[in-house]
Write a protein that binds this ligand. Structure first.
Ligand code: NDP
Length: 416
């Protein structure tokens, strides 16, 4: 029987201490916990520290992805608007996030919020509606507000979130007008808080790799980018109903998905447009396009001479493609901006190569990037100024389509 046993079984109640230096007692694996309890005990005579507790299983294996930081150090996020995108993509992505955790929900539909909240561990006292939203100022659990509302509501909720002292992560397009974007940026500055626009493609592994390869010259000087984003706008889908209303959507296919084509041209060239030319085509008598545009073809010219031939459509079957053509080769992202399973193909003098990238949630990546920017007090990769620039350029494209002529832009993306 060992010192720790009474009647043949381990005695966890007796306070036994090792006295002197030559106790000669080795604690075997599995007794670490008991050992440390003993080492803390009182009693007469000097107490000898027990050897460090032994692990009971293999150590942490080689990690294929970084572990999340401790919950207490992760930033707390409030999601505003429980729609199709929020519920299908964003809420589940918190599970893959390292430094962001979902703590609050804001919804006009209390029943929906109460149904969703327990699935994600959100407590009932952290549910808000649009009237009680400003009370989020008194909630220290919330660091970041993620605005996933119809486009025309982005500015209002961003400004209210800043007034509540929170940082803001806002869906694309940043807002409806240039003035709204400027107000949002100003409100963030005045509050001393950060603003980032959710450009997920800039965090999507295949797009990130395509940018890297273009920058490293694998396809030579980049001369032409083409990108097409299209889908069928479905009036039966509640998520598409506000998209048909100009006062809520701000624009049609260009604002909604043409923005991906424009972003691609900007992030692949790494340049800012000096001239744009746009054309709009709407099918006559289609009730979907009474207020917003259906199809847009637009060209963007860059200072280096690179040009981009881009399009967006609400009346063609799904396309989400980006192509870059250089002097020595080309690359194709098809699909380029799906939520997952995108594909990158490279064509150079060495032949055709499919570039395999490890799947990684672009949503978790962009949210974590923002949380980390807040934690480290760094400017995020796609701040308000990036969103503002796209709105300026898209406004110029609309104007070009109206006037039927190319529009020149200055270095800020404003009309010359
Ligand atoms: P939904 O219509 O599905 O969701 C919007 C939610 O906003 C609604 O469910 C509702 O939530 C709330 N809301 C508040 N006021 C209104 C109103 N007047 N009309 C309609 N909804 C209202 O749209 P999506 O989820 O598709 O889009 C939301 C935003 O996310 C848009 O800005 C869109 O551009 C962006 N988005 C981004 C994507 C990306 O890949 N980055 C993909 C898809 C969308 P509640 O009932 O909880 O109040």
């Amino acid at each position: 029987m060992t010192l720790f046993e009474k009647d043949g079984s381990p005695d966890l109640s007796r306070r036994v201490f090792l006295r002197g230096t030559g106790g000669g007692l080795m604690l075997g694996s599995g007794l670490g916990l008991i050992g440390s309890a003993f080492a803390q005990g009182g009693g007469g005579g000097p107490v000898r520290e027990l050897p460090p507790s032994q692990p009971t299983g293999p150590p942490i294996p080689e990690m294929e992805r970084e572990m999340p930081i401790e919950p207490g150090r992760r930033l707390g996020w409030a999601v505003v608007g429980l729609g199709k995108f929020a519920l299908n993509q964003i809420l589940p992505s918190f599970g893959e996030s390292r430094s962001s955790k979902l703590v609050a929900l804001v919804s006009g539909n209390r029943q929906k919020a109460e149904q969703v909240a327990p699935r994600y561990g959100v407590e009932t006292h952290n549910l808000y509606d649009y009237q009680s939203f400003d009370r989020i100022a008194d909630n220290p659990e919330v660091d970041v507000v993620y605005v996933i509302l119809p486009n025309a509501l982005h500015a209002e909720y961003t400004v209210r979130a800043f007034k509540a002292g929170k940082h803001v992560f806002c869906e694309k397009p940043m807002a409806v007008t240039v003035e709204e974007c400027e107000t949002m940026i100003r409100a963030g500055r005045e509050a001393g808080r950060k603003l980032m626009v959710a450009y997920r493609a800039q965090f999507e592994p295949h797009n990130v790799e395509a940018i890297r390869r273009v920058r490293e010259g694998e396809i030579g000087a980049l001369h032409l980018v083409t990108s097409d984003h299209g889908r069928i706008l479905d009036p039966k889908d509640p998520a598409d109903q506000w998209r048909m209303v100009k006062s809520l959507a701000g624009g049609g296919s260009l604002y909604d998905i043409g923005i991906y084509s424009l972003q691609a041209a900007r992030y692949l060239t790494g340049e800012e447009p000096v001239e744009v030319f746009g054309q709009i085509v709407n099918k006559k008598d289609d009730p979907r396009f009474r207020e917003v545009e259906d199809r847009m073809a637009f060209q963007v010219r860059f200072p280096s001479g690179a040009i981009a031939n881009l399009s967006s459509s609400y009346s063609t079957s799904s396309v989400k493609r980006i192509q870059a053509f250089g002097e020595k080769g080309s690359l194709i992202l098809d699909a380029a901006t799906e939520y997952e399973s995108n594909k990158l193909t490279l064509r150079t003098e060495k032949g055709r190569q499919e570039v395999k990238m490890k799947e990684q949630s672009q949503f978790a990546a962009e949210m974590d990037h923002f949380s980390q920017s807040v934690i480290d007090n760094r400017e995020p990769k796609t701040p308000g100024e990036e969103g503002l620039r796209d709105i300026r350029i898209m406004q110029a494209i609309y104007r070009s389509a109206q006037e039927g002529k190319p529009i020149a832009l200055d270095a800020t993306g404003s009309l010359r």
